[in-house]
Design a protein around this ligand. Sequence first.
Ligand SMILES: Nc1ncnc2c1ncn2[C@@H]1O[C@H](COP(=O)(O)OP(=O)(O)OP(=O)(O)O)[C@@H](O)[C@H]1O
Length: 431
Amino acid sequence: MANEILRGETVCFASIDDLPEEAYREKEIARRFGPRSNATFPLRVGGKVIGAMAFGTVRHERLWPETLIVRLKFFVEMIGSALARTCAEDDARKALEEVQRLRDQLQRENVYLQQEVKSVRGHRGLIGNSAALRKVLEQVDQVAGTNSSVLLCGETGTGKELIASAIHELSPRGKRPMVRLNCAAIPDTLIESELFGREKGAYTGALSRQAGRFEVAHGSTLFLDEIGELPLDVQSKLLRALQEKQVERLGSSKSISFDVRIVAATNRNLETEIQEKRFRSDLYYRLNVFPIHMPALRDRIEDIPLLVEAFVHEFSKSFGKPIESIDKDCMRALQLYRWPGNIRELRNTVERAMILASGPRLRIYPPSSASGEAAHSMLLSDAERGHLRNVLEMTGGRIRGKDGAAELLGLKPTTLDSMLVRHGITSKLEH
Ligand SMILES: Nc1ncnc2c1ncn2[C@@H]1O[C@H](COP(=O)(O)OP(=O)(O)OP(=O)(O)O)[C@@H](O)[C@H]1O
């Protein structure tokens, strides 16, 4: 009988004896528990049989005239279509809610991206082949696929933000945009609403509702740059949000759950900050699940030629100035400079040199405290020392007399003596 119903047929019997022989099981059940007579109709919702509706008598047998069957059938159909409408409405409501949710999320991402577009100049990729950078990239590969928090430490301009982007892009969250917040760039009074969002009128001046970065970053990565600059009270709130995976907008008590991966960066020594009571140790341990230390440029000087070439290529294209070669002495001087501003400073230095460039051979001087002059004289002094050594080599170390170094250089021997002292060069033959 169940098969008939599933096939969409009506099953009807006036007495148990009317049931066919093969339905002996149903007969037995009906005899023991009822019904005595029955009419069962398939219940169709949206063209599919999803169940059945049965009308039966428990004590007496009864006939099911055709007119009654038609009316009951109609009744069951009505219930089926009402159910279909409710399901469809329910589905439609759910779909609408989903569309609204996605639209809100897109809108949040859009507003955010519009602000970001100005600062993001495309992904240039990470340049460098030093052991120090390769170690960092290895760590990036290890941690990218996890959901663990990452703490990037290192001096300013070492590429922390670039590494944060690489971690995000290599992670399963990479399809969504990474959301950034520079904790140092926002006044203390606004940082909380930037992080957690606010309702209209939450405080004086809060003229509109605003989603916080946690909400915007739902399903993605939140990059908290300069985390060491976060005020202590906001540190506590951030810790609570990370523990509970929930935020409340300012001016609202409604909790909003989020699924966000945190990558934080700092150029401060957070352990010192903890000792000085400027950074909460519990937040530090929460963030420092996977620390990555970005090496200073001066500790990977073998990357400098690669970086310089890449930056020259980039500016050469954008300035329309073709460059054929970069002065080798300059490159050596660039490798000797300490680069306190690291790669950012190197990039700016190359940009400046490219603005000034007037031929295909580029000279780039490292910045100096005074001006390019000091760097220039450092280069000259390097060249001078090299030249003196060469000439001394040619004369077998002889300074005075015919074909001596002083004569070859057109200098008084005493002048050459003092130059050699200044450069720390000793001539074995003469002394
Ligand atoms: N390995 C690299 N290859 C190419 N460019 C790099 C590399 N590392 C850094 N840069 C460039 O150097 C500049 C500074 O990098 P980034 O902003 O990532 O440094 P940061 O450590 O986050 O600095 P801060 O601590 O000041 O925020 C950027 O223009 C970046 O594109």
